[in-house]
Design a binder for this molecule. Structure first.
Ligand SMILES: Cc1cc2nc3c(=O)[nH]c(=O)nc-3n(C[C@H](O)[C@H](O)[C@H](O)COP(=O)(O)OP(=O)(O)OC[C@H]3O[C@@H](n4cnc5c(N)ncnc54)[C@H](O)[C@@H]3O)c2cc1C
Length: 418
């Protein structure tokens, strides 16, 4: 028999934060996922359409942010600094359901949540982030991640990797397996390796960090490599795909990463597996054969299912990186498009911006900026509008960029969750 506690945890009545009654004729927009994309979109929908019924379904009542979580891994900040709740969103009139969405019926226009309740929508926004392709590399499954953390969804996994680094003896090898694109935060692995090298240099200088990569290049590569040479000579090695970098299987019992021609027995093994859109996207029929979700770049509506929009990491958004900055921008653009569609107007195409900062050391930041517009059904770069930090720059410039990065995180989290 179900205990009262599990009933309360699992029932919609308990999970739904009450909101004032609204007229039945008001449009009903349901969102799945309260990350940077979904929570932004919910807030913006309520701002643009105060009378609309906006409901956000999110598994966890506490959101744990990935940006800056590499600082948690390396002991520079507490996990608490990454955690946010949805109280402010609730007080704006967004109704919050703390359950997982398990099914979508695009014909009936309903989303079913974990307790079996089917919730109706006029427009549905899916913002579930990423899921992992378990079994790739071979034998890397959820059980293996308890020994070889991915730490690519922030929370317990972040703390596990941190504990492993702390427990490692001086002289140990930290091996990171980087997946192919598309992936969440394409520069995050290199930032992580940098901050781990920073930690090792200060605390365990006989140790080494190696990145085994399924790719031959990555964004801001020259900037990272120049900084590595300057800050961490001999401490950090990047092994590209063409130099036998791709990890094909893992051996959790011995913490070993296996490539085509080599075996790397690590003291700490951090495996970032290949990714795809969060599972609800496939369940809703909006993911294509790639595992990701095609979208109309103006409305973010799926070409595969009417009235369902996809934003954030789950969406195929062309040249835009899968980042929190991009997810936030897409959340706003999607909300504006939905408000226009519900008013019977035709949404106009706009430009979106993305900036990704990376820390090579706590006081050494580098960045990349892109501006994007929709061409031929996809986001492409506005030529000449973006760029990266200069390759040659004084340390004060790098320190200033590290400060901009911290200010960006404070600003975006205050805007989305504050
Ligand atoms: C180590 C690391 C560093 C990063 N650094 C940066 C950075 O510096 N700058 C930057 O811009 N980006 C950074 N990112 C990327 C950024 O975290 C993601 O791009 C961003 O979180 C994507 O937002 P999202 O809303 O699409 O997904 P998420 O933020 O992951 O949110 C998805 C939400 O959906 C919920 N969900 C999923 N499925 C369901 C379901 N079925 N039912 C209910 N809820 C569901 C999840 O619980 C989650 O809360 C970093 C990522 C990592 C891993």
């Amino acid at each position: 028999m179900k205990s009262r506690r599990s009933f309360l945890k699992g029932s919609l009545a308990a999970a739904l934060v009450p909101m004032p009654a609204l007229a039945q004729s008001q449009p009903r927009v349901v969102l799945v996922g309260g990350g940077f994309a979904g929570a932004t979109c919910a807030r913006e929908l309520k701002r643009l359409m105060p009378d609309a019924r906006v409901m956000m379904i999110e598994t966890n009542a506490t959101f744990t942010a990935c940006p800056f979580s590499n600082g948690v891994v390396t002991g520079l900040r507490a996990l608490r600094a990454q955690q946010f709740n949805y109280e402010a969103l609730g007080s704006l009139g967004v109704s919050l359901v703390y359950l997982s969405a398990s099914k979508v019926d695009p014909q009936a226009r309903t989303v079913t949540v974990a307790d079996g309740t089917a919730l109706p929508y006029d427009r549905l926004v899916l913002a579930p982030g990423v899921d992992f392709r378990w079994g790739s590399p071979a034998r890397y499954d959820e059980a293996a991640s308890a020994r070889m953390p991915h730490a690519w969804k922030a929370g317990e996994q972040t703390l596990l990797l941190r504990r492993q680094l702390e427990a490692m003896e001086d002289g140990g090898l930290v091996a990171i397996s980087a997946p192919p694109n598309p992936m969440r935060c394409p520069t995050g692995v290199y930032e992580r390796a940098s901050l781990i090298a920073f930690y090792l240099k200060a605390r365990k200088p006989r140790s080494k960090v190696i990145i085994l990569d399924a790719k031959d290049s990555f964004p801001k590569q020259r900037l990272f490599q120049a900084a590595w040479q300057q800050l961490y000579p001999g401490l950090l090695e990047w092994v590209p795909l063409s130099n036998d970098g791709k990890v094909v299987s893992v051996e959790p019992a011995t913490n070993t990463l296996v490539t085509d021609f080599a075996r790397h027995a690590a003291a700490v093994a951090n495996v970032v597996p290949p990714q795809k859109a969060g599972a609800i996207a496939a369940a809703a029929g909006v993911a294509d054969r790639t595992g990701w979700c095609p979208i109309d770049p103006v409305t973010f509506e799926s070409p595969l299912q009417k009235n369902i929009h996809v934003i954030g990491d789950a969406a195929i958004s062309g040249a835009m990186a899968k980042s929190a900055f991009a997810a936030n921008a897409q959340g706003k653009a999607c909300a504006a498009a939905i408000a226009q569609l519900l008013a019977g107007d035709t949404p106009a195409s706009g430009k979106l911006i993305n900036t990704c900062y990376s820390l090579v050391a706590p006081d050494y930041g580098i960045s990349i900026v892109g501006v994007y517009h929709a061409v031929g059904g996809q986001y492409v770069d506005v030529e000449g509008a973006g760029g990266t930090s200069a390759l040659e720059a004084p340390r004060e410039t790098r320190a200033a960029e590290a400060n901009y990065a911290a200010a960006w995180f404070r600003t975006i989290t205050a805007e989305v969750f504050g």
